[in-house]
Design a protein around this ligand. Structure first.
Ligand code: ATP
Ligand code: MN
Length: 171
């Protein structure tokens, strides 16, 4: 069903959670995972040493995508890393077309945003405009490893949500 799964990454924990999801789907469907980092030109203004900043983004991108490829391969999944320069959402859409991605998996949030927004701006634009389906992954509160105490969900020990899905297909 899926052959080519694109996972855009900005090196954030949110993108890492997306990678985990993508790798397990890829394992199931025998798909190839593409880890794409976009060196964000909008975050580098001409006055602030544009070339240096973009180059340092590219280095970060090489490391980030190499790690993603390693993670995927360790799980027995074929993977490709790519670093591009440009506007993140535009570049993600172009790359998705280029490799003919049939699924895009990305974090609801990334490195730069505020948790109170429903979706990060890059993800929002990709969700709205991509031809391929987009799976968004929210980092669980535990994985966030945050020091923000609060929001305790651990009391919900009863899991009675299973067991209703099987057996009764009437149409
Ligand atoms: P915002 O950027 O809107 O301030 P944010 O950083 O929380 O907020 P996004 O940038 O939309 O949210 O990040 C959400 C997801 O988008 C990330 O988990 C990652 O999958 C993807 N993403 C964001 N930036 C990039 C990038 N430069 N290259 C590749 N993927 C990216
Ligand atoms: Mn961001």
């Amino acid at each position: 069903m899926y052959e080519t799964i694109l996972v855009p990454t900005d090196g954030s924990a949110g993108a890492e959670a997306a990678l985990g999801e993508a790798v397990s789907l890829a394992g199931t469907f025998d798909a190839t995972v593409h880890s794409l980092y976009v060196a964000d030109t909008s975050a580098a203004q001409p006055e602030t040493g544009y070339v240096d900043i973009v180059e340092s983004f590219e280095r970060i991108g090489e490391e980030t995508t190499a790690e993603a490829v390693e993670d995927a391969e360790r799980a027995g999944v074929e993977a490709v890393g790519a670093v591009r320069v440009g506007l993140p959402h535009r570049t993600i859409l172009d790359y998705a077309e280029e490799v003919d991605a049939d699924l895009i998996v990305m974090g609801t949030h990334g490195r730069t945003g505020l948790e109170r927004y429903l979706l990060g701006s890059v993800t929002e634009k990709v969700v709205r405009t991509a031809d391929a389906p987009v799976l968004t992954v929210r980092l669980s509160d535990e994985d966030e490893g945050g020091d923000e105490a609060g929001e305790e969900n651990e009391d919900e020990a009863t899991d009675d949500s299973a067991g209703t899905a099987a057996g009764t297909e009437e149409n």
